[in-house]
Design a protein. Sequence first.
Length: 169
Amino acid sequence: MSSVTTPQGIRVGNAIVEPMRNRITNGRKSKKVTSREMDVLMCLIDADSAVASREELMDSVWTDVIVNDDALTLAISRLRRAFADNPRQPEYIETIPKRGYRLLVPTEQVRGEEIKAGTSRVRRYRIGIAVLVIMLAFVTALFMLVRTEYEKVSDNGLSATNALVIDPE
């Protein structure tokens, strides 16, 4: 990992990465990652589109524990999931066989306002979905109530058309 202070946010392709919050926001989806996964991503960002070897990544991220290569493979897999990246046709993280990994997209630091705008879009989307679900539940409950009342009228021997006729007298 570099000795440079960790920025508040980094644009990685179309996604916003918040290293201090271990969060990757890509479009309307926001994913939490572990601190080790974020460290792997920061190493790839620091490599600036160059290949980061498996050994470099392992030595930089897992300094305090002994793990096998599967830990790195799992971290890369989870990062790909957070970016919605396909390993067979990568847009974000490319596997270089027998060598390591490389970040394919440009990166740039972002201001706090851009991060807030991205997270507020996600929040508005989630609120919209919640309102839609509540409205759907309300309409369903109303439908069930009307249906129950209609069945009560039908059970009393009245037809639906007779139940609605008002006697003019």
